[in-house]
Write a protein that binds this ligand. Structure first.
Ligand SMILES: Nc1ncnc2c1ncn2[C@@H]1O[C@H](COP(=O)(O)OP(=O)(O)OP(=O)(O)O)[C@@H](O)[C@H]1O
Length: 357
């Protein structure tokens, strides 16, 4: 649906986007994820037609977009600051873009009602924008975009102005809505949980470049490098020496975890003799009493942090430069383990991920 080829956007000698290529599929919920300043909004604005690539090309639904203004593209954008008109009521706000299509009063009304139903605002058509909550205003902005029946809906941090609870509720609703209407959605966000929860696929970006494109699970479980791993939640990094490398697997020597055989990531390119081994904190589990695991490491609890449903333990392991972070659910009493306790941690070798240095 969207074909981005070698797109660069320069400001003087600075490249806000540096040779990005990406193919977004029809009907996909796709997220551009990265820290502030990584170029994700720049890319979204170029898809929308609010900005122009310095070089490279963008096609939407097979049509090259060069020279096509925003209002003639099969895309529609929903902004962070849901700019809806305060002097118009909800229906008038939603109908605004339809006016130029001259559909006739009956058809226009039908489409407005359909769009309001899609965002669960049926019955609020006569309300003024000033009489709505933040979440309702964001829904009006969505309805206003959907009513145009775009092939692609572009969303620039649409939920960032909402409080946490409402944001989480809207994430679920947006995902449901996208599945119901079947339109391709492209979301810009710096919130990794938002991207993981809503997307079919995610592009992780840093410094104007796309680092990895994959499903949420792949990105989380098989990050391509330390930077991606770190951005997507907590990850323990362990220094490793490459003992053996072949097509599909790696054998690594580590202090702490000993000799480890792991899958070799597709994009693994070794840089000298070393690599990094990663394991997520929740993939390490406390082995109680005499419980045994095929794979385990032993150490001592040096810190304990309580978070309600989970406890975060910091565990020093002999030979490891940095202590391991361990996340345990509290149903077995991880919140009662005293600092100073010697414990053993079990893990599944599948949870170990090799990253190039
Ligand atoms: N008009 C401009 N002139 C110069 N530099 C710009 C301009 N617009 C954007 N930039 C720079 O390009 C880079 C990418 O900006 P962009 O807005 O795409 O980032 P972003 O990833 O969306 O960040 P945020 O989450 O903060 O919006 C930033 O370093 C920004 O300062």
């Amino acid at each position: 649906m969207i074909d981005i080829r070698d797109v660069t956007r320069s400001y003087g000698s600075f490249k806000a986007l540096d040779n990005a290529s990406l193919a977004i599929r029809e009907g996909e919920f796709f997220s551009l994820l990265g820290p502030s300043g990584c170029g994700k909004t720049t890319l979204l604005r170029m898809i929308a037609g609010f900005d122009t690539p310095t070089s490279g090309s963008i096609a939407v639904d097979g049509q090259p977009m060069d020279g096509i203004p925003a209002n003639r593209r099969p895309t529609n954008m929903v902004f962070q600051s849901y700019a809806i008109f305060p002097h118009l009521d909800v229906e008038q706000n939603v109908a605004y873009g339809l006016k130029r299509l001259k559909l006739g009063a009956g058809e226009e009304k039908r489409r407005v009602e359909e769009a309001l139903a899609q965002v669960s605002l049926t019955g609020l058509g006569k309300r003024r924008a000033t009489e709505l909550s933040g979440g309702q205003r964001q829904r009006v902005a969505l309805a206003r975009a959907l009513v145009m029946r775009p092939k692609v809906l572009l969303l620039d941090e649409p939920l960032s102005a909402l409080d946490k609870k409402l944001r989480e509720q809207m994430q679920v609703e947006l995902r449901r809505l996208q599945q119901a209407v079947g339109i391709t959605f492209v979301l810009v966000t710096h919130d990794q949980y938002e991207a993981l929860a809503m997307s079919d696929r995610i592009a992780v970006m840093f410094g104007g470049r796309i680092a990895q494109v994959a499903s949420p699970k792949e990105i989380y479980q098989r990050p391509i490098n330390r930077q991606v791993a770190d951005f997507l939640g907590g990850m323990n990094f362990v220094k490793a020496e490459i003992v053996e490398e072949n097509g599909a697997s790696l054998v690594l020597d580590t202090l702490g975890f000993g000799r480890v055989k792991t899958d070799k990531p597709k994009a693994f390119v070794r840089n000298g003799g070393n690599a990094t081994l990663g394991i997520r904190p929740e993939r390490l589990r406390v082995l109680w009493d005499n419980a045994a695991a095929k794979f385990e490491v032993a150490g001592k609890v040096v810190e304990r942090h309580y978070f309600g449903e989970i406890t975060h333990l910091i565990v020093e392991i002999p030979g490891l430069e940095k202590p391991l972070s361990v996340t345990e659910t509290n149903d077995f009493g991880a919140d009662d383990i005293p600092v100073g306790t010697s414990i053993r941690l079990g893990y599944d070798p599948e949870a170990l991920v090799a990253m190039a240095d």
